[in-house]
Ligand binder design. Structure first.
Ligand code: ATP
Length: 459
């Protein structure tokens, strides 16, 4: 009998190597041998970016397919073997989790995803759900923290917004941090393909598609459509031989991690929060290049920070002044010896700007040079032509602000989290991406050309 299955995997890698998406690619290769009917692209699901247990980008993966019930025992054994072989279990913080759901994801598993986007889920709560309410199997090594991400990946919601990531893998035994890629070819390709984004940070001259760790990911190319990421791949000049590649459908850059508004007194360490409040004093620069300011929300004072890696975003934050009404979005850092609980800003939205006045320097009506005061209420004299005027006081005028109400200001590409929604994406999706796409068919097509794309000649 044919049945629908969903596999979730997480927490297989470490800072020393491997990557959960690579393991998922090996899993797709295995499932192809079993001739399953894939229902979608594999999903690369990013979760709360402020989780302290993460290795890099808090990513997990799920794969959905239909197959006959008699194949599933063997498939499950193969999955377990792959996780055993390809997880870096010696690393102290690697706790692999593998989950297999039979049938469609229900509201419980969907809620795990929604919660995992912004809050912190305990291993106990996750195991309780899997033991009592779950129609399927699960497997874990060590503590099994990976069961959280693996389950959340199955419950992912990619109905209304999603992106694609094309990942090319080098041999996983190569552990160097450098990837040989022709930077100029990436810039040229990026400029000619509208629906691929985040490839290059022009403001900071940084190549964004290549990671710097010892993992097998050679490049990750992001885009709104399958065609855009494949076109990008075909246009960039690579200088190494590839082992494999995969396209994932993803919640990356859709900004789902701020689903609800928190009041100042409700924020908790490691949560992703959206908080409305009033700037309580002008932002200031501290050692290390970080910019801080206090904000009051619901009577509670909260520290907000634009850290040094957010680069030019810090100067935008410094345009805020005491009294501005804003909504901030960011990750909550627990209090330290030096600093109170702090929101690490990802973006902010201006609700209302405080009217600010500044003194108008008086100018000579004859020669436009500055005027000098002759003492209290005694008028002014031009420093250059000595023209005198009888004005008693200097005037005031509203100060021009460097910010606009109703605008969302966000960190630059080089400082964006995987989930951060770039401002540009709003328009792109609205006008250029068809709403009804058969992911199942598109994935099948991609699998049929995958071998040719892997064999793209290294230059
Ligand atoms: P990579 O991006 O390279 O795959 P990673 O950054 O995803 O690595 P993991 O090694 O997967 O990091 O570690 C993240 C761990 O945090 C996983 O065990 C995952 O299950 C767990 N986790 C993810 N989201 C939450 C959450 N909201 N609450 C509690 N635990 C979570």
């Amino acid at each position: 009998m044919l049945k629908e299955y969903h596999i979730g995997i997480d927490d297989t890698d470490s800072h020393e190597g491997m990557c959960t998406t690579y393991l998922a690619t090996l899993l797709v290769n295995t499932l192809e041998k079993y001739e399953v009917d894939f229902l979608d692209f594999p999903r690369l699901v990013r979760l709360n970016p402020n989780i302290p247990y993460k290795t890099r980008g808090n990513g997990s993966v799920s794969i959905s397919f239909i197959t006959t019930a008699h194949k599933i025992d063997e498939i499950w054994e193969e999955c377990i073997n792959l996780v055993r072989i390809h997880s870096d279990i010696k690393a102290p913080n690697t706790d692999p989790g593998l989950v297999l759901l039979v049938g469609k994801p229900d509201s419980t598993i969907k809620k795990v995803y929604q919660d995992a986007l912004f809050s912190v889920i305990s291993i106990k709560r996750m195991k309780d759900i899997l033991n009592k309410e779950f129609k399927g199997r699960f497997f874990n090594i060590k503590k099994g923290r990976g069961l959280i991400g693996a389950s959340a990946a199955i419950g992912v919601d990619l109905q209304s917004d999603y992106t694609f990531e094309f990942i090319a893998y080098r041999d996983p035994d190569i552990k160097t941090s450098k990837r040989a890629i022709d930077k100029q070819s990436v810039i040229m390709a990026d400029k000619s393909i509208d629906l691929s984004f985040g490839n290059f940070d022009y403001a900071h001259n940084q190549l964004m598609i290549a990671p710097h760790g010892p993992d097998p990911v050679y490049v990750g190319i992001r885009g709104e459509s399958v065609k855009s990421v494949i076109d990008m791949w075909c246009k960039i000049r690579i200088q190494e031989t590839m082992k494999d590649l995969m396209i994932f459908r993803s919640n990356q850059h859709t900004g789902p991690h701020f689903p609800k508004e928190f009041r100042g007194n409700e924020i908790k360490p490691y949560y992703s929060v959206k908080v409305r409040g009033r700037v309580d004093s002008n932002p200031y620069l501290i050692e290390g290049g970080h910019v801080l300011f206090p904000m009051v929300s619901n009577g509670e004072s909260i520290n907000c920070a634009a850290y040094e890696p957010t680069k030019k975003f810090r100067s935008i934050v410094r345009e805020l002044v005491k009294g501005d009404d804003i909504i901030v979005y960011g990750g909550v850092r627990p209090a330290s010896d030096k600093y109170p609980i702090t929101i690490n800003l990802e973006h902010f939205e201006v609700q209302n700007l405080k009217q600010h006045s500044s003194r108008i320097p008086l100018k000579c009506p004859q020669c436009n040079s500055p005027l000098k005061s002759l003492g209290l209420n005694q008028g002014f004299r031009c420093k250059r032509c000595e023209y005198e005027i009888n004005e008693k006081k200097l005037g005031y005028q509203p100060k021009k602000r460097g910010l606009y109400s109703g605008i969302r200001y966000t960190v630059p590409i080089c400082a964006q989290r995987h989930l951060t929604k770039p401002i540009l994406r709003d328009t792109i999706r609205q006008f250029y991406v068809p709403s009804k796409i058969q992911f199942k068919m598109e994935f099948k097509e991609f699998l049929s050309i995958r071998k040719d794309l892997v064999e793209k000649t290294a230059i």
